[in-house]
Design a protein around this ligand. Sequence first.
Ligand code: ZN
Length: 177
Amino acid sequence: MLLKIVQVGVPVLRSGTCPLTRDEIKGAEIQQAIEWMRETMREAPGVGLAAPQVGLPLRLAVIEDIADVPEKERKPVPFHVLINPQLTLGAGVVEHYEGCLSLDGFQALVPRAHAVTVDALDHHGEPVKIEAGGWYARILQHEIDHLDGTLYIDRMHTRTFTTTRNLTQLLTSDAGE
Ligand code: ZN
């Protein structure tokens, strides 16, 4: 089932989230929510979707990236679930344009840590440790921000905020010169 992705201004995007117990994770309701979030993320399409974006104030997100873009250090990431994640930022900052399914049609330049470590639970409630760099590290920071009620517009260089259409035109004309 496809879930409705809420847009900026809906309070659940700003209110923070509750952690899940291992029993809750293994229960039918959360397993169903994970399945529906996966379908919704793929349909959007997006590379990550956090529970608040579908109206659920839970410390849960799904991630999957199929793209391979060397200049952004972006490589395919298989589907996985992040529950109750704890984020540790590594050294070094990189800036790229990023967008959000809850701010449809816009992007901005956002500085993010180049590498991160995440301790979380997987969809079975088992502990996992993720060491990530490049674009995957950006996705993790973006999704975990959602769980804390933070959006990329809180971190962006404000004067780079643009519609995706204008950004695409800008990048296309750059490439032509
Ligand atoms: Zn987002």
